[in-house]
Design a protein around this ligand. Structure first.
Ligand SMILES: C[S@@+](CC[C@H](N)C(=O)[O-])C[C@H]1O[C@@H](n2cnc3c(N)ncnc32)[C@H](O)[C@@H]1O
Length: 367
């Protein structure tokens, strides 16, 4: 991952990215952080880069031309059109989904404003994304750029020792993480919860899920309202055995996997609510395509439950049937052999699903 930070104060960036995990990642060549001093692209002999605002008012405004030249200098070097992110309190407020989305890029230009901000015209011409790191005002965009670099780099393979920890943390599934404990077993007369010493992984995982829910309810009820539980249902005998688990793991930590080829399960009535989401993997030779798709949904019941098809095709008339059954068709994604074998491809689809789910849930709130 290559970051190009356009700033009037390069040392502010360097002082944050050269130490600890980011410093190690830089030294190992996993990330590359280049600072571009906007002043070097000043259009006048005094190296001035700001001027008084038209219309009057307090403060100075950064001129368009030096910013434009600085952006163009990076683009010319890359010979591609990278995303240009302007750090601003007027942008989309940063969250983990945005971080994951930006982590898919190979190159990112991060533009830091100062003083009253930057001439609007160059923003219109050069900027692709406006990102805020929170609802407060900073003196400059550099701390915001450092926050972005830190959060994104955690998703660059190899940056963290244990790759898993980038995916399963607070904010995954819109849940805060469960509490952590380490030695000693008893500290200030407080014992580590017994279950964590049991060695029973299934029970530990259930306990952690419960604690995540409890904690989010208590501390971030707003987040909990946007949290969903994913259920992967697979149906068809030609589905690669590792697919349901790989997909579920890429999308969520606390997913449920249901093998719908099992007759017993087909006969069980399964009800889902508005905070459930179904990932329906339909095999190519699934009985539903040749026999009766209606039959496949006989015992499935939703209540405003989002449903994705992971097969690249949508069975005929399925949207109407899904509506009758209380499901909302959310989208379809093709899982090829390549997607299944390449972690990066699977992550892309998983991110698409999470983004779409967030968006559909937000729209539902508005309605
Ligand atoms: C004092 S601020 C300018 C604020 C601008 N006058 C406004 O009200 O939108 C100077 C610079 O700090 C950065 N900045 C300030 N608050 C920020 C935030 N919450 N997130 C990201 N960048 C921020 C931006 O780059 C901005 O150009």
């Amino acid at each position: 991952m290559n970051y190009y930070v356009l700033t009037l104060f390069p040392e502010m960036i360097r002082s944050t990215v050269d130490i600890s995990i980011l410093g190690r990642a830089k030294a190992n060549g996993l990330i590359n952080v280049e600072t571009v001093n906007i002043r070097d692209y000043s259009a006048n002999k005094h190296n001035r880069v700001d001027d008084y605002p038209y219309g009057g008012g307090a403060g100075m405004v950064m001129e368009a031309e030096p910013v434009y030249r600085a952006v163009e200098s990076v683009k010319a070097k890359l010979q591609t059109k990278p995303r240009v992110v302007y750090l601003t309190p007027q942008g989309r407020v940063l969250n983990q989904t945005i971080v994951e989305e930006l982590a898919m890029e190979e190159n990112l230009i991060l533009l830091c404003g100062h003083y009253e901000g930057i001439d609007e015209r160059v923003l219109q011409e050069a900027v692709t994304d406006y990102i805020s790191i929170g609802d407060y005002v900073l003196t400059g965009g550099e701390l915001g750029a450092a926050v972005l670099i830190d959060a994104i780099s955690r998703f660059v393979p190899g940056v963290l020792n244990n790759q898993e920890s980038a995916w399963f943390e607070s904010m995954q599934d819109n849940l805060l993480e469960y509490p952590h404990y380490t030695r000693p077993e008893i500290w200030h007369e407080m014992a580590v919860p017994e279950i964590l010493l049991s060695g029973d992984h299934k029970k530990i995982e259930d306990w952690r899920h419960e604690k995540s829910l409890e904690r989010t309810k208590e501390r971030r009820p707003d987040l909990l309202a946007r949290s969903v539980r994913y259920h992967t249902i697979f149906y068809g005998t030609d589905i690669p055995s590792e697919l349901p688990e790989k997909l579920t793991k890429a999308v969520t930590r606390y997913g449920e996997i249901l093998d719908y080829n099992r007759r017993k399960l087909q006969k069980t009535r399964l009800s889902f609510g508005p905070s459930d989401v179904i990932l329906f993997i339909l095999g190519q030779d699934d009985p539903a395509s040749t026999i009766d798709f209606r039959e496949a949904f006989r015992n499935l019941k939703g209540r405003g439950t989002l449903l994705y098809f992971l097969s690249g095709r949508v069975p005929p008339d399925s949207e109407i049937l899904l509506l009758e059954k209380g499901f909302l068709f959310a989208g379809t994604y093709l899982l090829t052999e390549q997607t299944i074998s390449q972690e990066e491809e699977m992550s892309k689809i998983a991110l698409e699903i999470r983004k779409k789910t967030d968006k559909m849930l937000a729209n539902r709130e508005i309605i």
